[in-house]
Design a protein around this ligand. Structure first.
Ligand SMILES: CN(C)C(=N)NCCC[C@H](N)C(=O)O
Length: 284
């Protein structure tokens, strides 16, 4: 059985515990596709900004309906990709590692997100020396930081994150340009559980993932192509693109509660649910 974002959440799985989250989001006020820095972006294709805003609003409502806190950062004119808030920083235990973007088109977003955190009382904010695209490439499990490289975040950025957070960073090599950020190829479901698309990783990184997560949910090519792995989990509820029906079924079988949302307008920029959502992990 599948249900859309408009249906009430009604299938409770007592075995899975949701943890209330704090998310940072950025309304797509200036969203457009005026340049191409990933294969999904085509400046010749029209974008309906009002529809993008409506789809984004729906995502925000889903989070609020699940009891999560959603904070907003003011979008900057001239930064059409700023809606992809996951790229703005990585926050663990209240420590904020700022982002440094690979592409000049997004460079202004890094300082804007750092400024937001400073203005909201965060004192441990690092302006990074090396390229890292925030939670686009850093995904946090209970024990590790899984870190993508190959297209955006650099291996030096991984080392900088390990030094700053004092947590082991597991580097993973991405090999398919369509899946240029780790969060297009893998999602963390719980402290020890992930789902991923094996084809997006180098053979060595695939072997690492098999070793660390032998019972992981594996995505089909079809589910990966609709960005099904660009998902946000609170430990029980997994918000993911509605079109990823195979993944939703698998998640249900694993005791999670999939909640499909439609963000196809934002997919034109190369992002979906997770990209629009920065997990602000305050001091636990
Ligand atoms: C899921 N992904 C990839 C993200 N975390 N962010 C989306 C960034 C999209 C932007 N046009 C870019 O290419 O940087």
């Amino acid at each position: 059985m599948s249900h859309s974002a408009t249906a009430p959440v009604q299938y409770r799985t007592p075995a899975r515990q949701a943890r209330t989250r704090r998310y940072l989001m950025c309304r797509p006020t200036y969203f457009e596709v005026s340049y191409r820095i990933n294969p999904w972006m085509d400046p010749a294709k029209p974008v309906d900004r009002d529809l993008a805003v409506a789809q984004w609003e729906r995502l925000r409502e889903v989070y609020l309906g699940l009891g999560h806190q959603v904070d907003l950062i003011e979008p900057l004119p001239g930064t059409p990709d700023m809606v992809y808030a996951a790229n703005g920083a990585t926050v663990i235990d209240g420590k904020v590692l700022g982002a440094r973007f690979r592409n000049q088109e997004r460079a202004a977003e890094g300082p804007a997100y750092q400024e937001w955190f400073r203005a909201h009382g965060y004192t441990d904010v690092l302006d990074p020396r090396h390229v890292n695209e925030g939670e686009g490439d850093f995904l946090v499990t209970g024990a590790w930081i899984l870190a993508g490289t190959g297209f955006r975040t650099s291996p030096q950025g991984h080392a900088e994150a390990q030094e700053f957070f004092g947590r082991p960073v597991i580097g993973l090599e991405l090999v398919d340009p369509r899946y240029y950020h780790l969060d297009t190829a893998l999602a963390v479901l719980d402290d020890n559980e992930v789902m991923y698309n094996p084809a997006a990783f180098s053979p060595g990184s695939r072997a690492v993932l098999e070793r660390l997560f032998p019972t992981a949910v594996l995505a089909s090519a079809a589910d990966a192509e609709v960005f099904g792995l660009n998902a946000v989990s609170d430990g029980r509820n997994v918000v993911l693109p509605q079109a990823a029906v195979g993944l939703a079924d698998q998640l249900r079988r694993h005791g999670f509660e999939p909640i499909g949302v439609d963000l196809f307008e934002l997919l034109k920029g190369g992002g979906s649910v997770k990209c629009c959502t920065l997990d602000v992990r305050d001091q636990r």
